[in-house]
Design a protein. Structure first.
Length: 699
């Protein structure tokens, strides 16, 4: 009876987020795992190399655990608390133990091999062939072929890695929250926009300074994303910029929150695991499930480095010259905390653009309207608010329904837009609640996909809605692109529906594709409307924004290549405990990717959660790999004619039916060829970054 009352174990379409508490987690997962253990024993005893006797029960087991654990993991990301952490720490090892048992099941592995070797193999659909191949590869990468002693060691390593990843993320959140700087003198916050001052004053109110206001303070400066970025861009107080920058790049690098030993241990364990599997390094293991090889990934990084290094050095010279022309004392010795500040001043001067003055034209409600109108135009789907249909975890969360042209619901998504530094991890992401699947429904119609879209943008202040920067608009479009692939899939095989089963260096294609639309003239005009007057962004301002898209693009690309390069090196050739430390590697590569040396005390790696607490280990290059493909995909719309509505609809239909619809049911290479009609080229990517000449035509 108790388990039925546990909200995590109820039959639900939408998770009961308003009922779930930390105390529900351990009993629910324990109960679920007991059931799944019994199901696994039964499957192993009755398994046959047929779809109904192997894949149907297997998918149902995988799905049940991923849905319930996904809810727990989501709450951990958006509603952190000591109780939630304790529950996850207690139950996670048992969950990992079951997953390993499932992935290492020899009867299941043998049944998949029998299907693969069967005379009926060629009769299977592409999607089913992909599932078989993926499951065989997954089993091998999780140690199914190891002898008992090695498999036991492998499992111990996997358990420890899961704990370390969780602790790594917790340390970043705690270290970010730990930094607070109280300012009472208005001179010290000169240059900071009203939006930032309002957030800093609101933080002060929450810390007990009840009379704090944006105008008179006091203000509490934090490392929360919107405040940190604003200080670096706008604070005239160079000492403040330095303090905030140094605090940010040294987060989680000392004291009880120090992630350095965690990184060392993670790298040591990943290498040990790779060697158990017969590989030389972790990167070889990682690249087994990607489009690229290590050499191809490194080759891409090298090519992009060659294309961007010269422009990045010129960017720095331009910055020094400008600061010198403005009479800045620091011009002769610009440091890292000066770059964003002077870049913003140069951008304002060069393009006559002020990011803060543009905010009123990018209010969240109007940006979402523009995004949904674009989605309707390209993909022929309607998106409408459905607040109240599903319980939510925070009052700021919105809920939406996605409908096709016949007005039939085809998907749903939650949108959690604002930063909550006390409980929500930084960054932005899309997560799966449930995926499209025929097996996990009533078997007459597929289960509809549901997604979470989570951002950390500037919250509303006073009576104003969230007024966004262009970068925040890009982030929303990016995460919505991920959600579109999840929601518009037409793949009924749940194990390869949406982004499931897609090689990891291809998962960013739809997200980065959607970013390009932010800089398409008609799209910008449709979403850039003044939040009070409804006035559309003036045409000349729109043109200046589009012209400024490539501003310092070489520098921005090199910065990303630093992360990609360090990631690959740490996972392919770094020797834990050797002569060179992880920071030596970062410093060495930083000399190639930064016009001025990294600070000796830079410890960015301690907050590099993508590779140490997420799925991007030896895979951060995926952003550049997929961006080349996504830019090429967007250029197909340019070629068709961005001002031709019928051409846009036709091309949008083609994109939807391939990139968005096919999921992991075909290889990304085949899917791209089906959409584009040819192999990808990097020309469009380089052109959009201002590293190749831009042909005449629409921006």
């Amino acid at each position: 009876m108790a388990s039925i009352q546990n909200p995590l174990l109820q039959d639900f379409i939408f998770p009961p987020y308003d009922q779930i508490k930390a105390t529900h987690i351990c009993p629910a997962i324990q109960s679920l795992l007991r059931q799944l253990e019994n199901d696994l024993v039964e499957l192993e005893n009755t398994v046959e190399p047929t779809w109904p006797k192997l894949v149907v029960p297997l998918e149902k087991m995988i799905d049940r655990l991923s849905v319930v654990w996904g809810i727990v993991n989501h709450l951990n990301s958006v509603s952190d608390s000591p109780e939630l952490r304790a529950a996850i720490e207690e139950i996670q090892p048992k969950k990992v133990e079951f997953q390993l048992k499932l992935r290492q099941s020899k009867p299941i592995y043998s049944a998949f091999k029998a299907i693969r070797d069967s005379p009926d193999w060629e009769k299977l659909s592409d999607a089913r062939k992909r599932i078989v191949d993926l499951k065989l590869k997954e089993a091998v990468l999780y140690g199914v072929s190891l002898d008992d002693s090695k498999r036991e060691l492998f499992n111990e390593i996997e358990q420890e890695l899961q704990k370390l990843g969780q602790k790594f993320e917790e340390n970043i959140l705690d270290a970010t929250k730990k930094f607070e700087k109280l300012i009472t003198d208005k001179k010290e916050v000169q240059g900071l926009p009203l939006t930032t001052l309002a957030m800093a004053a609101d933080m002060a109110v929450r810390k007990g300074y009840e009379k704090a206001t944006a105008d008179i303070g006091p203000w509490i400066i934090t490392l929360d994303g919107p405040i940190y970025r604003s200080v670096l861009q706008h604070a005239c107080n160079r000492t403040l910029r330095e303090e905030v920058y140094c605090a940010y790049v040294t987060r989680a690098s000392d004291g009880p929150l120090n992630n350095t030993p965690i990184i060392e241990r993670i790298l040591e364990l990943r290498l040990e695991k790779a060697k158990l599997l017969g590989h030389s390094n972790c990167a070889e293991v990682s690249l087994e499930t990607k489009m690229a090889t290590i050499n191809k990934a490194k080759d891409l990084i090298a090519k992009l480095h060659n294309a961007s290094r010269g422009p990045a050095i010129q960017d720095m010279e331009d910055l020094r010259d400008f600061a010198r022309g403005e009479g800045a004392e620091e011009a002769k010795d610009l440091n890292h905390w000066d770059i964003n500040f002077w870049s913003e001043r140069l951008r304002e001067s060069k393009y006559d653009l002020n990011e803060e003055e543009l905010r009123p034209y990018f209010s969240l409600p109007k940006v979402m309207d523009g995004l949904f109108n674009l989605t309707k135009k390209l993909f022929d789907v309607e998106i409408e608010p459905a607040d109240g249909t599903a319980p939510v975890w925070n009052k700021d969360v919105s809920f939406y329904k996605v409908k096709d042209s016949s007005n039939t619901p085809i998907a749903y998504f939650y949108f959690d837009p604002y930063t909550r530094p006390s409980e929500k991890r930084g960054g932005a992401w899309m997560d799966v609640v449930v995926g499209r699947s025929m097996l996990s429904s009533n078997n007459t119609t597929p289960r509809l996909p549901i997604a979470h879209i989570v951002c950390n943008q500037t919250p509303p202040t006073g009576d104003k809605p969230s007024l966004m920067t262009i970068r925040e608009v890009e982030v929303v479009f990016h995460e919505f692109g991920h959600a579109l692939q999840h929601m518009l899939t037409k793949q009924d095989e749940g194990l390869v529906a949406g982004s499931q089963g897609i090689e990891w260096d291809a998962v960013e294609i739809p997200s980065q594709f959607m970013e390009n639309w932010c800089y398409q003239r008609d799209t910008m005009s449709s979403l850039a409307k003044h939040f009070e007057t409804g006035e559309t962004l003036p045409e000349d301002v729109c043109s200046r924004i589009l012209s400024g898209r490539t501003f310092r693009a070489g520098s921005q690309l090199l910065r990303q290549l630093r992360y990609a390069g360090v990631d690959l090196e740490l996972h392919s050739s770094y020797v834990p405990g050797g002569q060179e430390s992880i920071y030596d590697v970062d410093q060495r590569l930083g000399k190639q990717t930064h016009a001025i040396p990294l600070l000796p005390e830079d410890r960015f790696l301690c907050s590099f959660s993508h590779i140490f607490a997420d799925k991007y280990a030896a895979g951060y290059y995926s952003y550049q790999w997929a961006e080349v493909l996504s830019a090429d995909a967007f250029s197909a719309f340019e070629e068709a004619g961005l001002d031709n509505d019928q051409s846009m609809r036709d091309m949008g239909y083609k994109f939807r039916e391939t990139i968005l619809a096919l999921g992991g049911g075909k290889s990304p290479n085949e899917v791209f060829l089906e959409f584009r009609g040819r192999e990808p080229t990097p020309d469009a990517f380089l052109r959009y970054n201002g590293l190749l000449p831009i042909p005449n035509g629409n921006a």
